[in-house]
Design a protein around this ligand. Structure first.
Ligand SMILES: NC(=O)c1ccc[n+]([C@@H]2O[C@H](COP(=O)([O-])OP(=O)(O)OC[C@H]3O[C@@H](n4cnc5c(N)ncnc54)[C@H](OP(=O)(O)O)[C@@H]3O)[C@@H](O)[C@H]2O)c1
Length: 397
């Protein structure tokens, strides 16, 4: 991971604001950014607003979709009339100064005559960090960064974006449901699901906010899952999350729901370099993409999970939702690849021969240590564990 210190470029030298109104409005631009949650990826979500010193909001904007205008430009272009000289532009991420799919935000800010800019978080990408603020400062604009607690909230909001830039892999959220004795399956054909109403409602939101949803081949063979976003969020997701199966021996059946629906929503299977070539052809003909991990013969070559995550990051997956059974969950745990864990525990007990986590596994122990939900809920414990990865601010302190 790239080390970050307070000596980093541009933004590092900028003072932090301690004005109450600045803090309040920096939090609001973080809220505004969420409007782009299901459209902006793989770009970060960003919100912006222009306000006068008495707190009157003159214009707002957010980055809605990849290739569309950035939040600052949407906000400033939406203003009727000129920017008042005492107005401040609040942005949840430091303004960019580079040409990407859209022109630099710093140009729009300078052209509109903004005199003061305050942003919630810096850009931890070492290639771009600090350049936008430095350009604004050079143009005579007062530029400030938000207090460190606001910055932490803004960084966490784009954890996947920062993870790809800083670690070369997506931010991994593992989600699972288990019985109170740690089993992931009931063993009862009449009562197939371990999960309850709360986790089933939440999962579609988690999928909608992820670039990819992954499980192991064991889950596919046992459950034949769809792994799609369904319900009211389905229409709001610009790009359906990639459905990923970690399947070293390339066993994904052509008859599986995933293979049969691969032309409706993308499916990618990750296998080893030497998995059966005949089946690959058949899967490809069904519309399934097959990715072979490079042979890990070289000393220090990444394991297949790490290589798969790097490949996903390269293709624009910032956030991966892992919905695996206990085998792959354990492999991610062993590789220290879980950033956030969301677990649901129902009150039932399943036979010990069902797949699951031992109750002394650190993940199970921590989930069961959460206070029980009030009676009436079918999930007795709901736990959000970690986050294990503290995103380094572009400019700590
Ligand atoms: N309650 C829940 O939240 C939940 C969620 C998912 C599944 N389940 C249940 O869990 C059961 C399936 O459990 P499972 O553990 O077999 O499912 P899984 O963890 O999703 O899949 C396991 C398989 O993943 C493959 N894999 C690929 N890369 C791997 C790696 N680096 N390390 C380890 N394995 C890797 C292995 O098959 P290869 O060796 O062939 O690659 C392994 O057998 C089913 O009963 C299902 O209903 C429950």
């Amino acid at each position: 991971m790239t080390p970050h210190t307070d000596d980093c470029m541009g933004a590092a030298a900028l003072p932090r604001t301690d004005r109450g109104l600045d803090r309040f409005l920096l939090d609001r631009v973080i809220d505004l950014a969420e409007l782009g949650r299901f459209g902006a990826r793989p770009n970060p979500v960003v919100g912006a607003l222009l306000a006068t010193p008495d707190g009157t909001v003159l214009a707002t904007g957010h980055h809605a979709a990849i290739g569309s205008a950035h939040a600052e430009r949407v906000c400033l272009d939406g203003l009727t009339g000129d920017v008042p000289p005492d107005a401040t532009l609040y942005v949840s991420l430091e303004p960019c100064s580079h040409h990407g799919r859209t022109p630099p935000c710093t140009d729009a800010i300078i052209e509109h005559g903004v005199r003061r800019v305050v942003f919630s978080s810096g850009d931890p990408n070492p290639d771009t960090a600090g350049r936008g603020p430095a350009r604004l400062a050079a143009a005579g604009i007062e530029v400030l960064r938000g207090p460190s607690d606001v910055e932490r909230r803004a960084l966490q909001q784009n954890a996947g974006f920062h993870s790809v830039h800083l670690r070369g892999r997506p931010y991994v959220t593992a989600k699972w449901a288990m019985t109170s004795n740690g089993r992931f399956a009931t063993g009862d054909p009449e009562q197939r699901w371990v999960s309850g109403a709360m986790s089933r409602a939440l999962v579609h939101g988690l999928r909608a906010g992820s670039g990819a949803v992954a499980c192991g081949i064991g889950t596919v063979l046992a459950d034949d899952p769809q792994m799609t976003v369904r319900g009211e969020l389905a229409d709001r997701v610009a790009n359906a999350p990639l459905r990923v199966v970690l399947d070293r021996a390339l066993r994904l059946p052509l008859s599986s729901t995933l293979a049969r629906t691969a032309r409706e929503a993308p499916v990618l299977v990750c296998c080893t370099h030497d998995a059966a070539p005949e089946h690959e052809l058949a899967l490809r003909e069904a519309g399934v993409e097959v990715w072979r991990a490079p042979a890990a013969h070289e000393p220090g070559a990444p394991c297949m999970l790490a290589a798969s995550l790097a490949m996903l990051a390269d293709r624009g997956v910032n956030d991966l939702l892992l919905e695996a059974g206990p085998t792959l969950l354990q492999a991610f745990w062993d590789g220290d690849l879980i950033d956030l864990a969301i677990a649901f525990v129902n009150g039932g007990v399943a036979p010990d021969d069902q797949p699951g986590l031992s109750l002394d596994h650190p993940l199970a122990t921590r989930v069961l240590a959460e206070p029980a939900q009030p009676s009436g809920s079918d999930e007795r414990h709901v736990a959000v564990l970690h986050p294990a990865w503290e995103i380094p601010g572009s400019c700590a302190g």
